[in-house]
Design a protein around this ligand. Structure first.
Ligand SMILES: C[S@@+](CC[C@H](N)C(=O)[O-])C[C@H]1O[C@@H](n2cnc3c(N)ncnc32)[C@H](O)[C@@H]1O
Ligand code: SF4
Length: 445
């Protein structure tokens, strides 16, 4: 229906409250004389018996507009679409005719093709890591000679801050720093201090394997990091040592968690990837260990991220089974998600000794509520953890693109987003599942 120009659309939603939709009105709206204009209606019957209609006007821009507020909703009260007929040439005219020159903008929002907003940004600051977890960076594939990205191929701090600022202006409110192992990135607290200052970024978190927390936790806290997640898959040294691929002992991570508490991080989350037949027997002990400490353990189903971990569905323990095991010993009660799009299903112990969560990307996909964009260490923008290609933002930055052009690029990537890999996984033929997917250490889980 739309021709030429950039693909961005601006949506002008006019609420026709308590006003019956005139006969033929909706049909007329569908047949607008302007190919770049589309009008649609949603009508509702309100409790007081009135018909309530929401009119949406989609305007195709032929030139980039300023900040790409992909969805601009005006609240004008009443408007008769027929006043629009005749000689309307552009968006400004429409706005003037509609009396929208001084509109009450009630919402500006970018949405993807499935109606999902952009709310979270994950930034991988490094691809290298000091562990070799079997499910992420197996040692046989990432041996001593493996070449990680040289420093000049990593996004520089200035570049990260610039992109994070632009992405926040498109709606992202939460930023999570990850990796590889983010604490290996030199000068990380400086980056954190700058990200913490971005207007609109209400929540700044970091995921780490915890090995370097003892020395870095105070600086991270002082720099303005709000929240911390530490990965720990088992309390058994043999199991943990095998899973982390380097024989690192549990005490090392536990000391890091203590240091983080001492530095002032109050609620620390503990990520545990559960692999059937590998560490699932110790999952209840993990829950037990952190009960009553204020730490929230989140059990993650082993995922088919990347292509190098020999993922096998038979090694996935459905969260439901794990939840029942824990519940049998420590009765649990489900609680509401903290916010729309939260990936973990939350449970609290009936006796008030804390909370745990389950992230069930394999058995209960949450694509419908996925509001995450991911920036890889080498500056590619991914719109799905299981994507095979990203958009090269580093190249655009280094080619000298303006903020406006970068925003346009970011908005059109999100606007075109239709990813829902986890929802489709079960019905996907084997060869499609094995298509090259970005690795977890590249974009940080
Ligand atoms: C890729 S790591 C990066 C941050 C840091 N190195 C760490 O391990 O916490 C981020 C999270 O992804 C999880 N992860 C990695 N590979 C996974 C997989 N195949 N399935 C599920 N979770 C995975 C890790 O356990 C970790 O909690
Ligand atoms: S999960 Fe984290 S700690 Fe383990 S190998 Fe991957 S990046 Fe490193």
């Amino acid at each position: 229906m739309f021709h030429g120009g950039c693909r961005r659309q601006t949506r002008l939603g006019v609420h026709l409250k308590s006003q019956p939709v005139p006969e033929g009105f909706a049909q007329a709206a569908r047949n607008t004389p302007w190919p770049w204009l589309r009008i649609s209606f949603l009508t509702f019957l309100t409790l007081d018996g009135n018909v309530w209609a929401e009119m949406s006007v989609w305007v195709q821009h032929t030139t980039p507009v300023c900040a790409p507020s992909a969805s601009v909703v005006y609240n004008t009260g009443r408007y008769d679409y027929r006043n629009l007929r005749g000689g309307v040439a552009n968006r400004k005219t429409i706005e003037r005719r509609m009396g929208l020159s001084e509109p009450a903008i009630i919402k500006t929002e970018l949405r993807d093709t499935l109606g999902r907003a952009l709310r979270d940004l994950r930034i991988s600051v490094i691809d290298n890591c000091n562990l070799r977890c079997t499910y992420c960076m197996p040692r046989e594939k990432f041996g001593e000679g493996y070449e990680f990205l040289p420093e000049d191929e990593l996004l520089a701090f200035d570049e990260i801050v610039r992109l994070a600022t632009l992405i926040t202006s498109l709606g992202a409110k939460k930023i999570r720093i990850t990796g590889g192992e983010p604490l290996l990135r030199k000068g990380l607290p400086d980056l954190i201090a700058r990200l913490a200052n971005i207007e609109g970024a209400d929540d700044l978190a970091l995921t780490t394997n915890g090995l370097l927390l003892r020395s870095q936790a105070p600086a991270l806290h002082d720099a303005g990091l709000d929240r911390l997640t530490v990965s720990l898959d088992s309390l058994d040294d043999d199991v943990f040592g095998r899973m982390n691929g380097r024989g690192v002992r549990v005490a090392h991570v536990l000391k890091g968690i203590d240091a983080a508490h001492a530095a002032g991080f109050s609620t620390i989350k503990i990520n545990a990837v559960i692999q059937k037949g590998v560490n699932d027997e110790g999952a209840v002990a993990l829950a037990e260990h952190f009960r009553g400490t204020g730490c929230i353990v989140r059990f993650i189903e082993y995922m088919d991220a990347g292509n190098r971990n020999h993922w096998d569905l038979a090694e996935v323990l459905p969260s439901k089974i794990l939840m029942e095991r824990i519940h049998a010993k420590y009765p649990l009660r489900p609680v509401e998600r903290n916010y729309k799009g939260e990936v973990a299903a939350r449970y609290v112990y009936e006796d008030g000794s804390g909370e745990i969560g389950f992230i069930s990307s394999v058995t209960e996909s949450f694509c419908g509520g996925c509001t995450r964009a991911r920036l890889s260490a080498d500056g590619k923008l991914y719109t799905c953890l299981f994507a095979s290609a990203g958009t090269d933002m580093k190249a655009a930055l280094r080619a000298g693109e303006s903020d406006e052009a970068l925003l346009d690029r970011l908005a059109s990537v999100w606007g075109a987003r239709d990813d829902r890999y986890s929802e489709l996984r079960a019905a996907m033929p084997e060869h499609e599942r094995h298509q090259r997917k970005v690795e977890m250490y590249e974009i940080g889980g």
